[in-house]
Write a protein that binds this ligand. Structure first.
Ligand SMILES: C[S@@+](CC[C@H](N)C(=O)[O-])C[C@H]1O[C@@H](n2cnc3c(N)ncnc32)[C@H](O)[C@@H]1O
Length: 291
C-alpha cells in the first residue's frame, strides 16, 4: 500500500458480518481474498476509509462505497493493495529472460520486429524499470528489436508513483552504486529520480487481472511478469487471472510468476519450462489448426 494521505483513523467498532460484506465486495472486484486471520490489516484500512469519507458508521460507509461516491471503490482498492516491491527483485528470472527466453522467441522474429513484455502487476514501477535496465545492461540485441514494455496495476496511486519514478534507499537496495549513477538522478534527502529516457521506455496503464472484459484490451505479449500477486488471490481468482493472461499472450510466449507461486496448481493451460536460472511457464505454440 502506498502511504495513505487520509486523516488519522480513530478506532471504529466493526461487526464481523460487516467485515465479511466488505471482504466479499473487495474480492468480487479485485480477486484479493481476505480471511479472518487478516482482521488487523482489514480493520486498520477500513477505519482509514471510514475516517477519510467522514462516514459515521460502517453502514453509511458501505452505502457510499456501493454508490461509488467520490470514486470510493478506487480509494478502497488502493488502500487494500500490498505494493511491496524493489529493483532487481528475483533477478534470476531476468537472467533467464536474457539467457534463454529471448533467444527462443527470436526464432520466430525478424530484426526490427516488436517484442512485447508486460509487467502486471507493476506496483510502483520498480519491476518494469528493472526489466528495461536489465535488457540494456545484459542483452546485446537490445537495439535490433522494437521492445515494448507495458506496466499495469489495479492500484491507481501506485501507478502514479511509478510514472513519477522517485525512489528511496529501500527500493534501490539490490542495485550497485554504479547502476544508481547510470539510471537515476539524485534529488533530495537520499531520494533519486529515474532517468527520463528510461521512464519513457515504459508505458503505464491500469488493468485488473480478474476483469475479463478489461483484459481484452491487452494482446500479443511475448513475456509476462506476473509476480507476487497470486498469493493474495484464492484458487478461483488465480484461475481466472491465469486464463485472462493466457489470452493476452502470443502462442509460444512465456510467463514468470513469483517464487512461491506455481502455475501447475492453478491452470493446465501452460507448459512448464525448467531452466537453470528459473522455472517459467509457456503458452504452447499454435497447432496446425490454429488453436
Ligand atoms: C506485492 S506487489 C507485486 C509487485 C511486483 N510484481 C513485484 O513482484 O515486486 C502486488 C501488486 O498487485 C496489485 N494487484 C492486486 N490485485 C490486482 C488485480 N486484480 N489486478 C492487477 N493488479 C493487482 C497490487 O495493487 C500490488 O501493486
Amino acid at each position: 500500500m502506498v502511504p495513505p494521505d487520509v486523516p488519522v483513523a480513530r478506532a471504529v467498532l466493526i461487526a464481523q458480518d460487516d467485515v465479511r460484506r466488505l471482504c466479499e465486495f473487495l474480492y468480487r472486484r479485485t480477486g484479493m481474498s481476505f480471511d479472518d486471520s487478516k482482521r488487523y490489516f482489514i480493520d486498520r484500512r477500513l477505519a482509514e476509509r471510514i475516517a477519510a469519507t467522514g462516514s459515521g458508521s460502517f453502514q453509511s460507509y458501505f452505502a457510499t462505497l456501493r454508490a461509488d461516491a467520490g470514486h470510493e471503490i478506487e480509494h478502497l482498492v488502493n488502500a487494500f493493495t500490498v505494493n511491496e516491491t524493489y529493483f532487481y527483485r528475483e533477478d534470476h528470472q531476468l537472467r533467464c529472460m536474457t539467457s534463454h527466453l529471448l533467444s527462443d522467441l527470436l526464432r520466430r522474429k525478424r530484426t526490427g520486429d516488436s517484442i512485447r513484455i508486460w509487467s502486471i502487476p507493476c506496483s510502483t514501477g520498480e519491476e518494469p524499470y528493472s526489466i528495461a535496465m536489465w535488457l540494456m545492461e545484459n542483452w546485446s540485441e537490445v537495439d535490433n528489436y522494437n521492445i515494448e514494455i507495458v506496466a499495469s496495476d489495479i492500484d491507481t496511486r501506485a501507478l502514479k508513483a511509478a510514472a513519477e519514478g522517485i525512489y528511496g534507499a529501500r527500493a534501490l537496495m539490490r542495485l550497485s552504486r554504479d547502476m544508481i549513477e547510470r539510471y537515476f538522478e539524485r534529488i533530495d534527502d537520499g531520494r533519486v529520480r529515474i532517468d527520463p529516457g528510461l521512464r519513457d521506455s515504459v508505458q503505464f496503464t491500469q488493468a485488473n487481472l480478474v476483469d475479463g472484459p478489461d483484459m481484452t484490451r491487452y494482446r500479443d505479449f511475448d513475456i509476462v511478469f506476473c509476480r507476487n500477486v497470486l498469493i493474495y488471490f484464492d484458487d478461483t481468482s488465480r484461475r481466472v487471472a491465469a486464463e485472462n493472461l493466457y489470452d493476452c499472450m502470443r502462442p509460444g510466449g512465456y510467463i514468470c510468476l513469483g517464487h512461491s507461486e506455481t502455475m501447475s496448481r492453478i491452470s493446465p493451460l501452460f507448459s512448464v519450462c525448467r531452466y537453470p536460472e528459473a522455472i517459467v511457464y509457456q503458452r504452447p505454440e499454435a497447432t496446425d489448426d490454429g488453436s
